[in-house]
Structure formats: structure tokens, C-alpha cells
Design a protein around this ligand. Structure first.
Ligand code: PAF
Length: 284
């Protein structure tokens, strides 16, 4: 695996692979990689001949009070993990390479509706930052496919919509969430949890499972189900941000007749905000 830092070097390496007739996959990340990211790269390697990963902690998607500065930078360990998972090329640009004219003047990509509510409500501008950097990466690499984790369910919906709306010839592949044995979704932010918080954290997924069971049992009293879920999160020691049941592809509020639904949650343990989701097919 080679690592490049400039857009010119990235384009040169990708052009070479393209000349060799290779199918190209992109796995965008912000680094501090765990087994969930490795799974994205392994999936990319199964579906393509040349896998490009990017590591860029994108300032445009962080709010003023978020964890941009303390976001962990672990390049050497990330390189080893990427290589082991089958990555061929790592793009690791600095902020100047990604935003040479600065960020204030940067053309933005915004995806209405699916970006609104859920994480979009508590993180204003976040999905515009994500859609903008992902669009730039798509244009730099021009991959045949790109792989994103389903843990960031709303992000994946935003990216699918952006690809559709802008007619980008890129197949978007969603990778199922990897979990610790106790059910906690793997996330770079888990590293911020202290021992007691880490012990509490699996209650987030257990709460989603409880709601999913209610839905499978045929319950359609969504507000009551959500109130029960919020109470369970509260009792476990979380400060819930949101807990919602949505239709799985549009992310509009779920109606009793929707078959494909997703339960999404964000909740704080101390200063750490965890997110998770559980998608299911209801019998209607
Ligand atoms: O999911 C992430 O790590 C980021 O939001 C992404 C897609 C790499 C864009 O910066």
C-alpha cells in the first residue's frame, strides 16, 4: 500500500490503476480505524481490484463545540490496518490540500430532507460538510463503488441521495455495523468512554432491540414505544438526544403501514455522544 498526500499524486496513482483496467473502490474515513473500518475495506477489496481509502478529519463537518481538535490521529496504526484489510492506496491529505482556497469560500453540497432532523438537528451543518467532502473525494478518485458503514445510517441515506440527485456513476455499498460482544457498535468515539461509561454503553443497542421487539410484536403506538425507550436510556444513565422510528430509505417519520423501518438513536454518556440504529422489516 502506498500513501499519498496530494490530489495530483492521488489522480496519478488512480489513473494508472484505471489504465490497467482495474475496478476502483473508495472507502472514505476519518482515521482512528477499528474493525468496523477494516470490514469496509475488506468488502471493497472483494468487489473491486484497486481499493483507495482516505483518511481526512474534515473540519467542515464539525460544529464549533465539537471534538475536531481532540479527534484521535493514529496514522501508523491506521496504515497497518488498511494494508492488512487489502487497501492499495491511502489518500491522507492535509486541510490545505482539500480546501486550498480555505473553507469559507468552498462550494457546498447540501442534501435537503434526509439531512434534516436526527443528527442533522443537533449538528447543524454537519451533513453539508459530509456531502461536500464526499463529493470532492468522489470527483478526485472517480471510483466505481464506494463503501460506507450502516452505523451512520443517516449519513448513508444522505450519500445515496446525493449520488442519485447528481447522477454520479458510483455504486454505494452499505456495510453492516460491527459490534463488540456486548452489542456496543464499534465507533472511534468509544475510546472517549471511561470504564463505567463503557459498561453502560451497550444499553443503547439493548434499548433499540427492545423497541424492535415491540414493532415485531405489531405495536404501532410509536410515541408510547419511544417514550418507553427514552425512559430506559435515562434509567441506564444516558442523556438521550433523540430516539425515533423512521421509514428506512426516505427517513421520513414512520407510518403504521411502512414495512421497512429503522429505529435511530443518539445519546450522551458524559460528553461523549453515541449513535446507533436498528433496521427491520415489519409484517404489515
Ligand atoms: O463517516 C465518516 O468517517 C465521515 O463522515 C466521512 C464519510 C469519511 C466524511 O468525512
Amino acid at each position: 500500500m502506498i500513501t499519498v498526500n496530494t490530489v495530483a499524486d492521488l489522480r496519478t496513482a488512480v489513473a494508472q490503476a484505471r489504465r490497467e483496467g482495474k475496478r476502483i473502490a473508495l472507502v472514505p474515513t476519518m482515521g482512528n480505524l477499528h474493525a468496523g473500518h477494516a470490514a469496509l475495506v475488506e468488502t471493497a477489496a472483494r468487489q473491486a481490484d484497486f481499493v483507495v481509502a482516505s483518511i481526512f478529519v474534515n473540519p467542515l463537518q464539525f460544529g464549533p463545540h465539537e471534538d475536531l481538535d481532540k479527534y484521535p490521529r493514529t496514522l501508523e496504526a491506521d496504515q497497518a490496518r488498511l494494508q492488512a484489510a487489502g487497501c492499495h492506496l491511502l489518500f491522507h491529505p492535509g486541510v490545505d490540500a482539500m480546501y486550498p482556497d480555505g473553507m469559507d469560500d468552498q462550494t457546498r453540497v447540501s442534501v435537503p430532507l434526509v439531512s434534516e432532523g436526527l443528527c442533522g438537528a443537533s449538528r447543524p451543518g454537519h451533513f453539508e460538510g459530509v456531502a461536500t467532502v464526499v463529493s470532492k473525494l468522489f470527483n478526485m478518485v472517480q471510483p466505481d463503488l464506494a463503501v460506507f458503514g450502516e452505523k451512520d445510517f443517516q449519513q448513508l441515506a444522505v450519500i445515496r441521495k446525493l449520488v442519485r440527485d447528481l447522477n454520479l456513476p458510483i455504486q454505494i455499498v452499505g456495510e453492516p455495523t460491527r459490534r463488540a460482544d456486548d452489542g456496543l457498535a464499534l465507533s472511534s468515539r468509544n475510546g472517549y468512554l471511561n470504564e463505567a461509561q463503557r459498561a453502560t454503553a451497550p444499553a443503547l443497542y439493548r434499548t433499540l432491540q427492545g423497541l424492535a421487539q415491540g414493532l415485531r410484536d405489531g405495536r404501532t403506538d410509536y410515541p408510547a414505544l419511544i417514550a418507553e425507550g427514552l425512559a430506559a436510556l435515562d434509567a441506564a444513565g444516558f442523556r438521550p438526544d433523540y430516539l425515533e422510528i423512521r421509514e428506512a430509505s426516505s427517513l421520513r417519520l414512520a407510518a403504521p403501514e411502512d414495512r421497512q423501518v429503522v429505529i435511530l438513536a443518539a445519546a450522551y454518556l458524559g460528553a461523549t455522544r453515541l449513535i446507533d440504529n436498528l433496521a427491520l422489516t415489519r409484517a404489515v
